[in-house]
Design a protein around this ligand. Structure first.
Ligand code: HEC
Ligand code: HEC
Length: 88
């Protein structure tokens, strides 16, 4: 009898720990997606993939230069920024 109770407790604990793990993982993943603003789907951005093209407008002398807080010296813009519609 008491053996059965023990194993039930173990299962409950395992279940709770797993659920906490899942929640932490999901919130971490969604924070990855939320930090950087999505790339607007407008005429300026359609079909651009070459980072040098991004910097034509988002470089120092462009229309909308990157802020000081921006993790620059990274050329692969699309590693972090996604087009609006691809976001969940
Ligand atoms: C022709 C000029 C131009 C080019 C090229 C360009 N952008 Fe933009 N971008 C803009 C302008 C203007 C805005 C702000 C107005 C808007 O379109 O919403 C903007 C806005 C953005 C935003 C949203 C900023 C915010 O605060 O929400 C991101 C992210 C972005 N661009 C990334 C990129 C990436 C990545 C590339 C290269 C694939 C790129 N842009 C190429 C002009 C450009
Ligand atoms: C390492 C991930 C990462 C990479 C690579 C990256 N960005 Fe960003 N970007 C971010 C984050 C995070 C923010 C929001 C930070 C902030 O508040 O400035 C951001 C914000 C922006 C903004 C909004 C204005 C600003 O400066 O906050 C624009 C425009 C932008 N990025 C364009 C680009 C372009 C163009 C490239 C490629 C040259 C690029 N990003 C590469 C993470 C990245």
């Amino acid at each position: 009898m008491s053996k059965e109770k023990k194993s039930n407790k173990f299962k409950t604990t395992l279940f709770i720990v797993t659920m906490i793990g899942v929640i932490v993982l999901l919130s971490y993943l969604s924070s990855l997606l939320q930090d950087q603003p999505p790339i607007p789907r407008d005429i300026d951005h359609l079909d651009l993939i070459d980072p040098d093209e991004c910097l034509r407008c988002h470089g120092d002398k462009g229309l909308l230069p990157l802020s000081d807080a921006h993790p620059i010296n990274q050329k692969r813009c699309l590693n972090c920024h996604q087009y609006e519609e691809l976001l969940p």
